[in-house]
Design a protein around this ligand. Sequence first.
Ligand SMILES: [Zn+2]
Length: 128
Amino acid sequence: MTLNNDDRDSLVSRLRDLADEELLGVLQRVFADRTLLGTEVPIVESHFFLGNATRLYENTPDGGQAWEPWEIHAIAYPDLSAYDADPDWFGFDYGFSEWAICSTCGIELRCNVKYGICPVCSTKAYLA
Ligand SMILES: [Zn+2]
């Protein structure tokens, strides 16, 4: 399926208007069976997930300022079972302020709730 330009603009506009947690919920459903082309064979596994890149503009020892290296975070999905929530709940509108390192795959996670699921390896995580 290919969208025409008007439909594409409309879709982009609707997605931009969503709160962060609702955008994540929508993309979680979109990403559920989305893989890199050519990775469907039994010896390779891949899937899409939402990520964020952040860097800080910091003071340097010589009195100047410079950008720090990028930090990459995967945005964890809310663990609905921990909240006894229905599938349409997107979690709290706190932004993705909770943080943890996934105990299985080691990626840094961000989430809008304390109990999340790593979008890379599906391990449950407690974020603080
Ligand atoms: Zn993980």
